[in-house]
Design a protein around this ligand. Sequence first.
Ligand code: HEC
Ligand code: HEC
Length: 191
Amino acid sequence: MKRGGAGLAAALVLWCAIPAAAQSVQERLTACLACHGENGQSNMPLTPSLGAQPVFFLSIQMFMFREKIRVVPLMNQMMQGISNNDLNALAAAISKLPAPQPPAGAPDAARMDAARTLAEQNRCNICHGGNYAGGENVPRIAGQREDYLAKTLREYKSNTRRGYDAAMADVLHSVSDEQLGDLAYFLSRLR
Ligand code: HEC
Ligand code: HEC
């Protein structure tokens, strides 16, 4: 937490000191990773890990932030005025970071098994892949932070997170809030 806080302050100072147009991709990347984690793994609450996300998924989400289709004021500001070239270069660099690792410690086996069955019943594995590593416009969700997974799943279900298509809102229509918590528990602990 403490390290994350200092990193955030440094990122914001870096961000504000340099006019957006003059920032190189490398300078932007340093600011991004102060929050999202240098090695692809986020240590900041409610902030997603980005390591090994498919490059196309990253580009689409960054584009949706820039165009304010996905509304998160902080990220909308981060993407303001960025060129398509820089956006794609950032996505390419970020997608090469290592995949995030699940938290240490043995997971609750019964809860893992029940949630795995639930995920398969809802066909999560059909789109996100058998190992939940994603591909193309579909994100990696294995090893993502549990708090972020729970938050973002609730936002799709309530239609406050707008996706590139309606796939997630449709899928979650019949999944209860408690089940969303179980899915977040399971996915965050997958390798
Ligand atoms: C001050 C912290 C902070 C900084 C700096 C920051 N982000 Fe974010 N970013 C966030 C948070 C928090 C979210 C989650 C938003 C939400 O709740 O939906 C996010 C979401 C994202 C997502 C969506 C990921 C997903 O799995 O849905 C991408 C992609 C992203 N950021 C890329 C970037 C890039 C590229 C930069 C640098 C130009 C950057 N971020 C800078 C905090 C930050
Ligand atoms: C029909 C294909 C499809 C199915 C089935 C599906 N997903 Fe998705 N999922 C997607 C797509 C596409 C996105 C990206 C949508 C966007 O642009 O926001 C996504 C996004 C997500 C995200 C956001 C990740 C991030 O980093 O922002 C989570 C979490 C997620 N899905 C979990 C699930 C779970 C859990 C299930 C099963 C209950 C599921 N998905 C079923 C296609 C699917």
